[in-house]
Design a protein around this ligand. Structure first.
Ligand code: NAD
Ligand code: UDP
Ligand code: UDP
Length: 336
């Protein structure tokens, strides 16, 4: 049994004095919701060059419009299921549809994105000696039998269900990350992201917070899927980006849960949106989809200890920030 090979150092040119303090960072899926907020934050540091690779399946150039043409920014139309040959120092690997309606739309493509896409990003990391961070998901815990979920929990996942392309896909992606780490000495970081919300979410992507806000602004009934007692814990996107960057810069491989432990039933969420945005709308119960997890809440002890991170924005503070963005995009002014 041979011991892990040390990763190659980045190319000699990138080790030269000229580049020393600069960092070239690839964000796969950087045109999406979380990715574009991460781009904004990384671009604030003048030492960073940011490269986004995205196939625009669920993301859009619009999310990055303020950076297009910037000398430290580059946008590549690229599908991560194909090899990518570029020179970078760090990789944030986000590319993957995150909303159930999009990841179920073409499940075979979703699992290819998770498996082949992650393999390609790891091959790239290996060739250039880059550190790579995977955005995994709380869905790796499936319909959890332990509550809240610590990282040590192995999960309760249906391998043949309609969500499996996503949750089993991410589980394989995590396995690939650890195998490249153990076998090739690649520096890896794994974040297990819990439900995240904020400006730039796709308006009609079917996720619960974006659905409820869009419905409230359009004056439509809020659709709570049965039974309505199922819970989720919602993290505002600026907290998420802060957690991901701390994980990338820190020494721990993870997996580390990043999410907000504030837990709400879907009925409570609907009532909060109604109260904050449009008290005159109805809340109606509708049919649910298969394999919907009944409860979900991160145990963030490890993130606190290892990253010194915890979320700052409460749901009641974050929802109005998202409302602003949705009003602009839907063209619904405040006092219509
Ligand atoms: P998103 O759908 O807004 O962004 C995903 C981006 O990846 C999009 O820009 C999309 O076009 C791109 N993409 C998809 N398939 C691709 C492919 N084959 N090649 C290149 N690009 C591709 O989703 P998001 O909410 O920003 O999620 C980002 C990451 O975080 C995903 O990996 C997701 O699994 C993970 N995550 C998100 C949440 C959440 O609540 N938002 C929760 C858990 C995990
Ligand atoms: N790969 C890539 N960019 C690179 C290097 C590799 O996209 O800069 C892809 C490569 O095409 C392969 C995958 O990453 O499909 C895994 O690469 P690795 O070198 O680990 O395995 P191998 O090519 O030996 O199968
Ligand atoms: N949900 C809901 N109404 C909607 C959309 C979703 O009640 O219009 C529920 C859904 O049944 C699930 C929760 O909200 O229990 C979160 O769903 P989402 O698709 O946002 O994320 P995920 O299931 O991936 O956590």
């Amino acid at each position: 049994q041979s011991s892990p090979k040390p990763p190659p150092s980045p190319s000699p040119l990138r080790n030269s004095k000229f580049f020393q303090s600069n960092m070239r960072i690839l964000i796969s899926g950087g045109a999406g919701f979380i990715g574009s907020h991460l781009v904004d934050k990384l671009m604030e540091n003048e030492k960073n060059e940011v490269v986004v690779a995205d196939n625009y399946f669920t993301g859009s150039k619009d999310n990055l419009k303020k950076w297009i043409g910037h000398p430290r920014f580059e946008l590549i139309r690229h599908d991560v299921t194909e090899p990518l040959l570029i020179e970078v120092d760090q990789i944030y690997h986000l590319a993957c549809p995150a909303s159930p309606i999009f990841y179920k739309y073409n499940p075979v493509k979703t699992i290819k994105t998770n498996v082949i896409g992650t393999l390609n990003m790891l091959g790239l990391a290996k060739r250039v000696g880059a550190r790579i961070l995977l955005t995994s998901t709380s869905e790796v815990y499936g319909d959890p039998l332990i509550h809240p979920q610590p990282e040590s929990y192995w999960g309760n996942v249906n391998p043949i269900g309609v969500r499996s392309c996503y949750d089993e896909g991410k589980r394989v992606a995590e396995t690939l990350m650890f195998d490249y780490h153990r076998q090739h000495g690649i520096e890896i970081r794994i974040a297990r992201i819990f439900n995240t919300y904020g400006p730039r979410m796709n308006i009609d992507d079917g996720r619960v917070v974006s659905n409820f806000i869009a419905q409230a602004l359009r004056g439509e009934a809020l659709t709570v899927q049965k039974p309505g007692t199922q819970t989720r814990s919602f993290c505002y996107v600026s907290d998420m980006v802060d957690g991901l960057m701390r994980l990338m810069e820190g020494d721990d491989t993870g997996p580390i849960n990043i999410g907000n432990p504030g837990e709400f039933t879907m009925v409570e969420l609907a009532e909060t949106v109604k109260e904050l945005i449009n008290p005159s709308i109805e809340i109606k119960m509708v049919e649910n989809t298969p394999d919907d997890p009944r409860q979900r809440k991160p145990d963030i002890t490890k993130a606190k200890e290892v990253l010194g991170w915890e979320p700052k924005v409460k749901l009641r503070e974050g929802l109005p920030l998202m409302e602003e963005d949705f009003r602009q995009r839907l063209g619904v002014p405040k006092n219509k």
